[in-house]
Design a protein around this ligand. Structure first.
Ligand SMILES: NC(=O)c1ccc[n+]([C@@H]2O[C@H](COP(=O)([O-])OP(=O)(O)OC[C@H]3O[C@@H](n4cnc5c(N)ncnc54)[C@H](OP(=O)(O)O)[C@@H]3O)[C@@H](O)[C@H]2O)c1
Length: 237
């Protein structure tokens, strides 16, 4: 068992998929978890499971693109759990379609959720990580953050942006003991994007489980102090 006792993690997108699996994995290892997402219902469900596993959990309903809501959620988490060591940024949307017919509103929402939210959450947690003398920021990009795919232009551009942001942040805050890592997963069996988990399961294509990504996050968080994994490509096999 990895010892995350005393560690506090803020996890965005914690009501479903990768965020939920990560919250439960970290809670099982002894971490306190702050669960951020827009819908309180799924966050409450994750919190109940995390508490059953012995972890402390705080439900933080917020939109990642809302500066004030993000700041308030981080402040509340620090107040209730006594500090903050880790940000796992898993919130995201996958709105697919051909560029010629792509709505401006979908473009804006893609960037607000996948990129601006990451910036706002990172900015809000950094002072608290510094206060602890270091910490980790882990973002979920995608295989589509390395190469483009037809009908995924907005999504792919946003996930390229995640990588650029995280590479820059790593240079900025690495010297202060804050490890910035990005995971680039292939297809994961969740309801993300236009296809349901069930459609993915029955499509014949290979997929990862959300727990595989949670395991990778635990791996990143448990490297010894002198080791830093900057990027991790995680493919179905
Ligand atoms: N599934 C895949 O095949 C796949 C592959 C590669 C990368 N990824 C990436 O993995 C990450 C997790 O996706 P997933 O598969 O776990 O999908 P998911 O189950 O749909 O999770 C996305 C989460 O983001 C939250 N969210 C969306 N917009 C938000 C907002 N404005 N503010 C706060 N929370 C918001 C959602 O909760 P609310 O709706 O309640 O806010 C939801 O819990 C995403 O970044 C995705 O791009 C997924």
């Amino acid at each position: 068992m990895a010892d995350l006792n005393g560690t506090v993690a803020l996890i965005t997108g914690a009501g479903s998929g990768v965020g939920r699996a990560t919250a439960l994995r970290l809670a099982r290892e002894g971490a306190g978890v702050g669960l951020l997402g827009r819908r309180p219902g799924p966050l409450e469900a994750t919190a109940a499971e995390a508490r059953q596993l012995g972890g402390r959990a705080v439900v933080l309903p917020a939109d990642v693109a809302d500066d004030a809501a993000v700041e308030a959620a981080v402040a509340r988490l620090v107040r209730e759990l006594g500090g903050l060591d880790v940000l796992v940024y898993s919130a995201g949307v996958g709105l697919y379609g051909p560029v010629e017919r792509y709505a401006r509103a979908d473009w804006d929402r893609t960037f607000a959720t996948n990129v601006t939210g990451l910036f706002l959450c990172a900015r809000a947690v950094l002072p608290h990580l510094r206060q602890r003398g270091g910490g980790s920021i882990i973002a979920i990009s995608s295989g589509a953050g390395r190469r483009g795919y037809a009908n995924l232009a907005a999504y792919s551009a946003s996930k390229f942006a995640v990588i650029g942001f995280m590479e820059s942040l790593a240079e900025e805050v690495g010297p202060d003991g804050i490890k910035c890592s990005t995971i680039l997963p292939g297809t994961i069996l969740t309801d993300f994007g236009p296809t349901s988990a069930e459609q993915k399961r029955t499509s014949g294509a290979k997929y990862l489980l959300p727990e595989d990504v949670a395991d990778a996050i635990l791996f990143l968080l448990t490297r010894p102090a002198q080791a830093w994994v900057q990027q991790l490509n995680l493919w179905p096999f």
